[in-house]
Design a protein around this ligand. Structure first.
Ligand code: GLN
Ligand code: ZN
Length: 765
């Protein structure tokens, strides 16, 4: 019996974001397509070499992408939306990037032949419960498919020429269709046509020498309808005989009630995520036929923690004696940073607990070696792993008894405001005396090149703390004066001092660490560096009070205190795996509560707690939603409820789907919630109407994602529409989200128009 190591996908961006730089230079017209291709080939070659050297036996190909692997799949099967005016032959790079990014005059690459001047990009959405965004396939009635890109064949051949036999990665047909959006067609109805093309692709791969193909069907871990189950059966009955052996790959959860379905599919191998769903191994072993090769995702592909190798060894030893196994990360390593070795500034004690993509392959190799040759064969790796695990379990850096005690002592009242909303509204109105349709913004003002330059200079030590603070004060004061001038009612300080709405707080809280090069792809060339939440969270000192005080001193009007909420901080970080997420969330909530109370004590009458990422934390399975929503809402309430009745709590959420979580939104009991609505013609306020949402709502009337400046009448019309759902007395007037990505030239006229729209509405009250 042998144990081998596979990777399901390696980060594409390169250890130093080489892909980002190559792409952006190409898009800016500063380098050629040939340059981009050379850079990409170099990244692929070094990824293969690296994985091989680290001990992977089975290497993936086609896991690389110039933008997104779902878009690659659309290109592969020729699913190009009509608006791109495609000739139906091959998807070339200009078309590919037009689909990814749209082709406005300023965003397109010179010589973009395909798309006319103003073709919008394909819609982007989150890949399952990750922070990676994919381009949503758009399918229409009468859709046909054909092989329209040779990427998967080319990259297989490229690896082969370098001496690496690879296992190409292909997004499975059912997941592809389930992720797609159909126009006048139910995507799954297109399965028969799609299977013809998939069969052809697989046949060609076999012809090129691919023995196995990794076919990803992450949708197998979701709740499935009968129709979707049937689609899986049809698909694999057809594809099983198309050529290469299929490693059916599932991740981000357990098969659970889909196990029977998956186990009966005529595939040669099955990959299980044993990090998210360790319990599924036992039942899977009972169900799976002997001849199915098992691939076990035992190393966390979604998080940065080092594994406990001796533990894993004992879990797997008996099984490894009974059947051939593949060991793999739970999912593609796309979701973790590339290499811990680049982190020279991390606290060495914390670094010892971590493992990034490269280290995860080493861990798998050590584990496989021990399972093949006996525990002693990996003696050094195992002892280091065990030492790190013990150190982490017992480190005082992680465990703060004061935090634990405070959480344990938390009573129910801590998550409840003193009085119900109706009573709070009256005292808040008496304190604030705001007009009808009060106007405000969501928090940030343009992060101009100048602001970012000053921050970078400060970071590099080129300007000192005093000079930097002085610069920020000038910016802040100007923004405040301008808001007063144009007549906004509730002001913000502009967030010029913040690098990012999570990082800014993480850097000031105990329990968070930050990397230098821990980049993870978010979409296309965009990468993020999520904070690492490693220990009990507390707030050593006030984080925003000084800035708030300065800002309030500049004006008589109410200045909002501006905070990021606990659920959002949690969801945008790598979090602890040694305690439940909800425990970490409550700890963050307590720290934010402290800040809220300090802002109140300093005199803030309005405090906004942003929960931009609350919705995206929803579990993949419906059955787990309620539990998540319960603790998420409770965490928000812990953060928000330590204030007097006359302190107004706002929250903000930037997404446009509330129907299924409206009860939770209601339960948050924020005095005012601002939401994204401009693009949906206020439709989503319907959820608020149905629920009879009693608190105040600021439906965004200005789409900040576009440089377009909305007209007064347009915003007044939106407010009139809003009034059909929610009584006028409950309505606030604000943009969809923060303005940090916009230019001042866009923000100025848009906000002046927004204030005018509010005045128009007031005149009618
Ligand atoms: N206060 C933040 C801002 O205005 C909110 C950002 C967000 O919701 N994504 O930038
Ligand atoms: Zn927002």
């Amino acid at each position: 019996m042998t144990v081998r190591v596979a990777t399901l996908g390696f980060p594409r961006i390169g250890p130093r974001r080489e892909l980002k730089h190559a792409l952006e230079s190409y898009w800016a017209g500063k380098s050629s397509l040939a340059d981009l291709r050379t850079a990409a080939a170099g990244l692929r070659a070094s990824a293969w070499a690296r994985q091989k050297a680290l001990g992977a036996d089975i290497l993936p190909s086609n896991d690389f992408s110039l933008y997104d692997h779902v878009l690659d799949t659309s290109a592969l099967i020729g699913a190009v939306p009509r608006r791109y005016d495609w000739d139906g032959e091959t998807v070339d790079p200009d078309l590919y990037f037009a689909m990814a990014r749209g082709s406005q005059a300023d965003a397109g690459h010179a010589g973009c032949a395909h798309a006319a001047a103003d073709t919008t990009a394909m819609e982007m959405t989150k890949w399952f419960d990750t922070n990676y965004h994919f381009l949503v396939p758009e399918l229409t009635a009468g859709q046909t498919f054909r092989i329209a890109s040779t990427k998967i064949f080319d990259e297989f051949a490229e690896a082969k020429a370098l001496g690496y036999p690879t296992r190409p990665v292909l997004l499975g047909p059912v997941s592809y269709l389930m992720l797609a959006k159909g126009k006048a067609v139910e995507p799954l109805a297109l399965l028969p046509q799609l299977l013809d093309t998939y069969a052809e692709i697989l046949g060609r791969l076999a012809g090129a020498g691919a023995e196995w193909v990794q076919i990803d069907e992450p949708c197998l871990v979701l709740d499935l309808t009968d129709e979707q189950r049937t689609a899986f059966e049809r698909a694999y009955a057809r594809l099983a005989t198309s050529g290469p052996k299929l490693m059916l790959t599932t991740y981000f959860g357990g098969l659970d009630d889909n196990l029977d379905l998956a186990a009966a599919l005529p595939v040669h191998g099955l990959h299980l995520d044993l990090v998210r769903a360790p319990g599924q191994l036992e039942p899977a072993l009972k169900k799976l036929p002997e001849h199915v090769l098992l691939s076990l995702g035992v190393i966390d592909g979604r998080n940065v923690w080092r594994a406990n190798l001796p533990d894993l060894y004992w879990r797997l030893r008996d099984l490894a004696g009974q059947r051939d196994l593949i060991l793999a990360p739970s999912c593609s390593l796309l979701h973790v940073p590339v290499d811990l070795a680049l982190e020279t500034a991390l606290d060495p004690e914390i670094a010892q607990w971590l493992s990034f993509a490269a280290q995860k392959i080493e861990e798998l190799a050590a584990l496989a070696k021990a399972l093949n040759e006996g525990e002693d064969a990996s003696f050094a790796a195992f002892s280091a792993s065990r030492i790190a695990a013990v150190a982490r379990q017992t480190s005082p850096k992680i465990h703060d008894p004061a935090v634990a005690a405070r959480l344990a002592a938390l009573d129910e009242g801590a998550a409840r405001r003193a009085s119900p909303f109706a009573a709070r509204r009256d005292v808040q109105q008496a304190r604030l005396s705001l007009p009808a349709y009060p106007t405000t913004t969501i928090g940030s003002f343009p992060q101009t090149a100048e602001v970012r330059k000053a921050r970078a200079a400060h970071l590099k030590g080129e300007i000192d703390d005093t000079a930097y603070a002085q610069y920020l004060r000038v910016e802040t004061r100007a923004a405040i004066q301008w808001q007063e001038e144009i007549g906004l009612d509730v002001l913000v300080h502009g967030e010029f001092e913040r690098n990012d709405m999570v990082q800014y707080f993480g850097e000031q809280l105990a329990g968070f660490a930050f990397t230098r090069a821990g980049w993870v792809q978010s979409y296309g060339s965009r990468c993020v560096r999520p904070p690492i939440l490693y220990g009990d969270v507390s707030r050593p000192a006030p984080m925003t009070v000084e800035w708030w005080r300065y800002a309030q001193e500049q004006t008589e009007r109410p200045m909002k205190g501006m905070l990021t909420g606990p659920v959002t901080i949690l969801n945008w970080s790598f979090v602890r795996d040694d305690q439940p997420r909800e425990t970490s969330c409550r700890q963050i909530a307590l720290a934010i509560r402290d800040e809220v109370q300090d802002l109140e004590a300093a005199g803030a009458a309005i405090i906004q707690i942003d929960e931009a990422a609350l919705r995206e934390g929803l579990p993949l399975r419906r059955g787990e939603w309620q539990h998540y929503l319960d603790w998420a809402v409770e965490s928000f309430r812990i953060a928000a409820s330590g204030v007097r009745d006359d302190t107004q709590i706002h929250t903000h959420m930037c997404y446009s789907e509330f129907n299924d979580i409206i009860r939770a939104i209601g339960a948050m009991d924020a005095d005012v919630i601002s939401i994204e609505t401009a693009r949906s013609q206020m439709e989503l306020l319907g959820a608020f109407a149905t629920y009879a949402y009693p608190n105040e709502v600021g439906p965004g009337v200005y789409d900040i994602h576009s440089p377009r400046i909305p007209a007064v009448s347009e915003m007044a019309d939106l407010l009139t529409l809003a009034g059909k759902h929610v009584p006028a007395q409950q309505i606030w007037v604000n943009p969809d989200c923060g303005l940090k990505t916009r230019k001042w030239d866009e923000v100025r006229p848009a906000l002046i128009a927004m204030v005018a729209a509010a005045q128009e509405m007031r005149a009618k009250v």
